[in-house]
Design a protein around this ligand. Structure first.
Ligand SMILES: Nc1ncnc2c1ncn2[C@@H]1O[C@H](COP(=O)(O)OP(=O)(O)OP(=O)(O)O)[C@@H](O)[C@H]1O
Ligand SMILES: O=C(O)C1=C[C@@H](O)[C@@H](O)[C@H](O)C1
Ligand SMILES: [Mg+2]
Length: 189
């Protein structure tokens, strides 16, 4: 019996993993847990994990804050679109996107066609607390994070809700959210 879950054993998780024939792409606002939960999810499923924000930083050889500062947001979005297309093409098991990636029409269409999109949703107050821990998100630097995240939640909700699977990413062990994703994918497949 696995340490991973009280209700699912390794064989049951492996059975779901075998039925997943496309990358699982995590979408949602900054701080919902795409990167941290995504890593756990990939381990659970014994699949590879890649973080699109990190892949963009690798490709540009500089941190996201510096890309925004030196070249602006639209340059970042252009790179983000190209990097995510490449990551989907490379067929990674689990891909954590940046919070704004799924808003781009081309990226969203590609993810919806070639991957399993999972929207992790979360209360704004929780996101304010989590994103306040590290000052690495350029969109939250100039203004009140609560106001900015509330606005982004309202503006992006119509896009995120195009994902066929939605999971709550409230506080608790990351493993619980990762397991909720496994269960939701199993129901959806
Ligand atoms: N379910 C959870 N319970 C408790 N803390 C969490 C949970 N999910 C994420 N966190 C914490 O919230 C912070 C942000 O998480 P993470 O970096 O995974 O978010 P993200 O969705 O990748 O954000 P971004 O879009 O900015 O990359 C981290 O400190 C992480 O440990
Ligand atoms: O929500 C967003 O638009 C962003 C989220 C982060 O993951 C990074 O991709 C970047 O800081 C922009
Ligand atoms: Mg992330």
């Amino acid at each position: 019996m696995t340490q991973q879950s009280e209700t699912w054993n390794d064989a049951e998780i492996a059975r779901v993993a075998r039925r997943i024939d496309r990358p699982v792409v995590l979408v949602g606002l900054m701080g919902v847990g795409k990167s941290t939960v995504g890593r756990k999810l990939a381990t659970l499923l014994s699949k590879s994990f890649v973080d699109a924000d990190e892949a963009i930083e690798d490709a540009a050889q500089m941190p996201i804050t510096e890309i925004f500062d030196r070249f602006g947001e639209s340059y970042f979005r252009d790179g983000e679109r190209r990097v995510i297309a490449r990551l989907i093409e490379e067929r990674h098991g689990v891909i954590a996107t940046g919070g704004g990636a799924f808003v781009n029409d081309v990226t969203r269409a590609l993810i919806l066609e070639k991957a399993i999109a999972v929207w992790i949703d979360c209360e704004v107050a929780t996101l304010v607390e989590r994103t306040g821990r590290r000052n690495v998100r350029p969109l939250l630097r100039d203004g009140d994070p609560h106001e900015i995240l509330t606005r982004l939640h309202r503006e992006r909700m119509p896009f995120y809700s195009e994902a066929p699977i939605r999971v709550a990413g409230e506080d608790g062990p990351h493993l619980d959210t990762a397991m909720a994703i496994v269960e939701a994918i199993d129901r959806w497949l």
